[in-house]
Write a new protein. Structure first.
Lengths: 565, 366
């Protein structure tokens, strides 16, 4: 290394990535730790140092049932989501089954549906009085064959909610598979199943690790599904107590803080192990200097069963809940599907939903924020992943940790931290869209990093080295080689972050101002006070807009990405 | 060269400071009256002074927990029609967000908010010492339970929490009419309530403990616990919708006007009061360092007046003013369907609420 090396542009870019990441993540991190260690006064100022919240948490952990329930829920959801999303993404990306595009559309559309609506859709479908139990009851002559208010119901809904994430992530990895290894396996006489098990899945270990870890953590700390689906069936999880703390006046966030600090330690350990495993990065290279476009695997007579699988996925994940939502949106009040109800169909709810005042401003802001945060997150995490995968800096796994931690910040605590930060520091973005953008980028960096990290691990160093050898600068090599080859991961992550940010509520509700309304907050009151039909009508409209943007972007970007080669 | 630059910079600073100093001297007389003086002002020329001050202020900012579409906007429009020179801006959030935002802004010495409303949020801000007492003439017509004794808040509208039920699944002769009726074995596993502090199970518990007294109340709640009431974090409105869908026959503690709205739309839903009915109060209050005190006082006068209360009435809300009936009159007490209501004082709710949340958590959650 000579002195001139310090002025190379990549050093500035990379230093910039580290500084921006630290700037975004450290203030809320500090705030979460502080929340877990101090009581607060009525005015919101810190009061006394305490270990009480950790004490409460450990006492809670000693009660075996909530802990086991949480564990079952998290493991079950992670495995089921990975299984469903993985199988569908393999069929959609690697086989010659018909209807492959359906997988993408299903993933976008189901994930675009507002969360509470999606869950209520399932409650109406699988509830005691719902059509599924009705039909099953007639068929089996037994009432209440399916009980959604159970652990099974919780796992089922949570897994379905996360399967689009798995789908997009694994689809990106499958698309970047090295065909040579699979062909070698096939040439040795291995059947499809053996090749999948011994070759494909092993190569995709980083991607699998990413999805399982992320869903496990999200399910472990989530309270939405456990509260809406589990609580009516008296299933208690670790977050139930935290949820009720927030009902106190003044609300207590200490236990939530302690819980997330504890989870951070667990995640730090998991990431460290992951880092050790993927250090031998060459094991996962699938995109090398040789041609890499994976061949589609001919399924032969399994083509149609595979297509049927895709249809089933689309039917269960999208059509069923969406149809019940559409049904609810067309009724003056909710009725179970019946001939009698058909006579009452009306568009009245759509009139209410579309006349929502100033909703066009909110839609514009939400879409702007979605575009901005998705792009910023993916650019930032692509560069961060490059540092993690390509450089030999010591302690670079800390950057990985830093980009993953926001996953564990409780939404309200993070929103408060960001609000306080910009009220104090002299950067005048409080009350503007920029504060929301900063919050969203921080919140969704963990998803971006998992997409780009898994994607970059598959990319052999030799491609970039060839560019350098041909005299390309670092920027040129990134622009012409690395970014285009990362397109599938980049796109998958982009769409996912876009859809996530359109739904964000817990931080937005604190950070919006009279002039920067966003959709999730504007319709929050519908969530709370709207009849299910009005909520459903708005959900249908909003989902349609989101999916149109996501599909449009996807088609545009994929075409653009392909033309680069 | 350098020295020259330095000296010109010094000059610029000096001139700037002198200008600012002069400006603040000239600006001082217009801020003579403090927020407190304006808020507590009485006398014949009160209206005139408020209007004059409000003309200069030109706007106000309202931190609201009310529904924008249903009531915030109609109130804003009616007020702006009366005072065309004042523009009402609002920020809308749940009570947690409204409180957190106000406290964080005050901690950073940023005084944006003029008004704060909610069922409990104003009291929380009051306890933090960030509200200003005020005088508004129309509040003289309100009963004691609908205004703060110290003058920190007044009520704009009321909520009544009653049993809601599916008329297809609950026979008229089986309809629970008393608290003891809820203990009937036929309702075991058939009722649902929300965990919400402000309107769900904790409020029900508070009403029972207050009405029956701590001992009899707890004895009753122990029996109720045996009924295995389903709990959810869904809002009261969603609980009622699940009841309409047939998931559970009875919603234990929902807003009576929601059931009325659904019934009017033709849904198999109705409400039934069990006396005393739990009543919560939507209050509105003035921020301590409100930046637009004149305009805000005019606004408070307006919402408490009969004319302002009629805007709430037209929006199908239940007006707090004793002389303004509800659009559907019998949703309020003394209009045919029920007489006795237990008005949950916001201070009581603040002080006792945590006990009720704890009781719910310890007794009703497995």
């Amino acid at each position: 290394m000579n002195g001139a090396a310090y002025f190379r542009p990549e050093h500035w870019v990379l230093a910039g990535v580290c500084v921006i990441t630290a700037y975004l993540v450290l203030p809320p991190l500090y705030s979460v730790i502080q929340t877990s260690l101090f009581t607060t006064k009525l005015t919101g100022e810190l009061d006394e140092f305490t270990l009480r919240f950790y004490g409460d948490l450990f006492r809670e952990l000693q009660v075996i049932e909530p802990f086991l329930n949480t564990l079952y829920f998290a493991v079950g959801s992670a495995l089921l989501a990975t299984l469903i999303g993985g199988a569908v993404s393999w069929i959609a990306t690697r086989t010659d089954a018909p209807l492959r595009g359906l997988g993408y559309f299903t993933a976008f559309a189901s994930f675009g549906t507002p969360f509470i609506l999606y869950t209520i859709g399932w409650l109406l479908l699988l509830g005691k009085a719902g059509p599924v139990n009705d039909w099953l009851g007639r068929l089996l002559n037994q009432r209440g064959a399916v009980n959604i208010y159970s652990m099974g119901g919780m796992v089922f809904v949570e897994a379905l909610l996360w399967s689009p994430f798995v789908f997009l992530m694994l689809a990106a990895s499958f698309r970047s598979m090295d065909p040579a290894l699979e062909e070698a396996s096939a040439a040795c006489g291995a059947r499809i199943g053996q090749t999948l098990r011994r070759i494909s899945f092993r190569l995709m270990l980083p991607a699998f690790f990413s999805v399982v870890m992320l869903i496990f953590i999200r399910a472990f700390e989530s309270f939405e599904i456990p509260a809406l689906v589990g609580l009516p069936g008296d299933i208690r999880v670790l977050t139930t107590a935290i949820l009720l703390d927030a009902q106190r006046m003044p609300p207590v966030y200490g236990r939530a803080g302690a819980f997330s600090v504890l989870l951070m330690l667990v995640v730090a350990a998991a990431l460290y192990c992951y880092f050790r495993v993927t250090r031998e990065e060459s094991r996962f290279h699938t995109i090398t200097g040789k041609g890499y476009r994976p061949a589609l695997i001919p399924l032969g007579r399994w083509r149609y069963p595979a297509a049927a699988g895709l249809l089933l996925y689309a039917f269960v994940l999208l059509a069923l809940p969406f149809l019940i939502i559409l049904w609810a949106s067309l009724l003056p009040f909710y009725m179970q599907p019946s001939i009698e109800a058909l006579a009452k169909l009306t568009l009245k709810n759509y009139v209410v939903a579309l006349h929502f005042p100033k909703i066009t401003d909110a839609i514009k802001n939400s879409i702007l924020l979605g575009l901005g945060s998705a792009t910023a997150v993916m650019v930032l995490t692509t560069l961060a992943s490059w540092i993690l995968v390509r450089t030999k800096l010591r302690g670079r796994w800390l950057l990985d940790l830093l980009t993953t931690l926001p996953l564990l910040f409780p939404g309200i605590v993070m929103g408060l931290a960001i609000m306080r930060f910009y009220l104090i520091v002299p950067i005048p973005i409080y009350g503007t869209l920029w504060i929301l953008l900063a919050a969203f980028i921080t919140r969704y960096v963990p998803y971006g990093i998992r997409y780009t990290h898994a994607g970059l691990l598959q990319l052999h160093r030799e491609l970039e080295e060839a560019a350098y050898a041909s005299g390309a600068s670092w920027l040129n090599a990134m622009r012409r080689i690395t970014f285009p080859l990362l397109t599938p991961s980049f796109l998958g992550g982009w769409v996912f972050v876009f859809l996530l940010s359109a739904k964000e509520l817990s931080m937005s509700i604190l950070l919006v101002s009279p002039r920067t309304q966003v959709v999730s907050v504007a319709v929050y009151e519908l969530w709370e006070n709207g009849q299910v039909g009005e909520l459903a009508a708005f959900g249908v409209v909003w989902t349609t807009i989101l999916v149109a943007v996501a599909v449009g972007y996807y088609l545009f970007a994929r075409r653009y990405g392909v033309q680069q080669h | 060269m350098k020295a020259k630059e330095k000296s010109s910079l010094l000059w610029a600073c000096a001139i700037l400071m002198a200008t600012l100093g002069a400006a603040s001297i000239f600006a001082a007389p217009s801020r003579a009256a403090s927020v407190e003086e304006i808020a507590l002002m009485k006398g014949a020329d009160r209206q005139k002074i408020l209007v004059e001050g409000a003309r200069k202020e030109g706007k106000l900012l309202w931190y609201s927990t009310l529904i924008v579409d249903q009531v915030v906007r109609p109130v804003k429009e009616a007020f702006e029609k009366e005072y065309p020179f004042i523009q009402v801006e609002f920020y809308r959030g749940n009570s947690e967000a409204v409180v957190r935002r106000t406290l964080a802004e005050y901690q950073a010495k940023r005084y944006d908010a003029d008004l704060i409303d909610g069922t409990v949020s104003p009291v929380m801000v009051k306890r933090a010492g960030l509200l200003q007492r005020f005088y508004s003439p129309s509040l003289a017509d309100y009963p004691a339970e609908l205004k703060d004794a110290q003058g920190f808040w007044g009520a704009t509208n009321l909520y009544f929490l009653t049993v809601g039920y599916n008329t297809r699944n609950v026979k008229a002769n089986e309809l629970p009419k008393s608290y003891d009726d809820l203990l009937h074995p036929r309702w075991k596993g058939q009722m649902m309530w929300s965990t919400s502090r402000g309107s769900g199970a904790p409020m029900f518990i508070g009403n029972i403990l207050n009405t029956m007294g701590p001992e009899a109340g707890k004895a009753y709640l122990q029996k109720l616990k045996g009924q295995n009431i389903a709990k959810t974090t869904a809002s009261n409105r969603q609980v009622l919708d699940l009841v309409i869908a047939g998931e559970y026959p009875i919603a234990l503690h929902i807003f009576n006007h929601h059931a009325y709205i659904s019934k009017t739309a033709g849904a198999p839903a109705d409400w039934n009061p069990i006396e005393p009915v739990t009543a919560t109060i939507q209050t509105i209050a003035l921020a301590k360092n409100a930046p637009h005190p004149h305009a805000t006082m005019l606004f408070l006068d307006f919402v408490f007046s009969e004319r302002g209360q009629r805007v709430f009435q037209q929006a199908s809300y239940l007006p707090a003013h004793p002389k303004v009936p509800a659009k559907q009159a019998d949703l309020k007490p003394g209009a045919g369907r029920f007489k006795k209501a237990f008005y949950m004082n916001p201070d009581t709710q603040f002080d006792k609420g945590n006990e009720w949340v704890d009781y719910f958590q310890n007794q009703f959650l497995k």
